[in-house]
Design a protein around this ligand. Structure first.
Ligand SMILES: [Zn+2]
Length: 395
């Protein structure tokens, strides 16, 4: 197979190297100017190189990118937003293939090369959102890899028929089944979790549960999720998304929940929103509880915010958690990239031999400088293909 060599780049700010790519993979990484170039050559110009970003929590089916501005409305509660979305989405034509393609292109332009996307599955749209997202993914010819989580945005037990839809989605290739505030939305946490875990066990898929409920109610549901994960053997396949309650609890309770999450292999996805309590990220790191960063929906009927740049989400995480030292700032960038490998079922995601050739070049002094400035992505290679040059999409 023909090789393509990306010369003179600085992975994570280290000494310059040449990266030799073979097909979709990194073949070797050698000191700069030592690669025997036997194919195409790309000059990296001494830029900072990072692995492609991994968006661990997106909503590709309903991010309203590339479309006219939609004014934000509805009550600022989970149920208020669901009601607002139900009232407006059909009139806007959501899910919409062109906005799904546009937002995925914007992710790619910012260097995101792998995405975990929740996609609404409910009695109104059925599985159509999944088809729309798959169409958008296909438009980029496999450059960006997308895992789909079938997401019951409007509840599970309170909407008879949704469990069957989730089961069908899991049978048809969704890699995980989602859930939503089992206590406050369904008002029957045991039934929702039993239903979801039943599908996950039967279909061999993962679970990723949106949990907005705070305080003791949220903590109670985290305990239920951990308990079922331990009993079902779904170790390493269950994620809590948001899980605001964890940040709100007293330190001793946080610690016991973090230890229990570690034992059950439960991971966490966060978009690090302002005005939420910081997560006990040090304890999570030290116990091996994976944290993934995501954009959530962008400019959708839930929120007017977001621009698809995961580096800016990492900056938001750093600011929310008061990160200051070089090591801490680098950690935030690692959460957006190499530490998130497991969220998209990769054993390794980094600038090393054997990894998928997902590489982002930025004109930055080092990782910390890249984080605080979020400069444009000069070059993005996804699966060995150049997809962004001089900050613009070339695909
Ligand atoms: Zn979400």
């Amino acid at each position: 197979m023909a090789h393509v060599t990306l010369t003179n780049v600085r992975p994570w700010g280290a000494a310059p190297v040449d990266i030799v790519m073979s097909g979709a993979e990194i073949h070797s990484v050698v000191p700069a100017a030592t690669a025997a170039v036997d194919g195409d050559r790309l000059d990296g110009g001494g830029l900072l190189a990072l692995p492609g970003f991994i968006n661990a929590h997106a909503h590709l089916d309903k991010s309203w990118w590339g479309q006219p501005w939609v004014s934000y409305g509805g009550e600022a509660t989970t149920q208020g937003r669901i009601s607002h979305e139900r009232a407006e989405r059909d009139g806007l034509g959501i899910p919409n293939p062109s906005s799904a393609t546009a937002v995925l292109g914007e992710f790619l332009r910012h260097g995101t090369t792998a995405v975990r996307s929740h996609v609404d599955v409910d009695l109104g749209v059925g599985l159509r959102g999944i088809e729309v997202v798959r169409e958008a993914v296909a438009a980029f010819g496999g450059a960006v890899e997308v895992e789909i989580i079938a997401f019951p945005q409007d509840g599970v037990m309170r909407r008879p028929g949704v469990l069957d839809l989730l089961d069908r989605a899991a049978a048809a290739g969704a890699t995980a089944v989602g859930g939503l505030d089992p206590a406050s939305i369904d008002r029957d946490p045991v039934a929702q979790l039993d239903g979801l875990f039943g599908i996950a066990e039967r279909r061999g898929v993962g679970l990723d549960i949106h949990l907005h409920d705070g305080g003791d109610l949220g903590a109670f549901q985290i305990e239920l999720i951990i308990d079922r994960t331990l009993r079902t053997g779904l170790h390493g396949k269950v994620t809590v998304s948001h899980g605001f309650a964890l940040g709100e609890l007293p330190a001793n309770r946080q610690q016991s929940l973090v230890e229990a999450c570690a034992e059950a292999g439960v991971s966490w996805a966060t978009v690090a929103p302002v005005r939420t309590a910081p997560l006990p990220w040090r304890g999570m790191r030290d116990h091996g509880v994976a944290i993934g960063l995501g954009t959530d929906g962008i400019r959708d009927l839930w929120s007017p915010y977001g621009d698809g740049d995961l580096l800016r989400v990492a900056l938001g995480f750093a600011r929310l958690h008061g990160l200051r030292t070089d090591e801490e700032l680098a950690h935030a960038v690692e959460l957006a990239s190499r530490r998130a490998a497991g969220f998209v079922h990769r054993k390794v995601h980094d600038i090393v031999a054997g990894a998928r050739a997902d590489i982002v070049l930025l004109d930055a002094e080092n990782v910390q400088d890249a984080l605080v400035r979020s400069p444009r992505r000069e070059l993005v290679v996804a699966g060995g293909r150049v997809v962004v040059q001089d900050g613009a999409l070339r695909i």
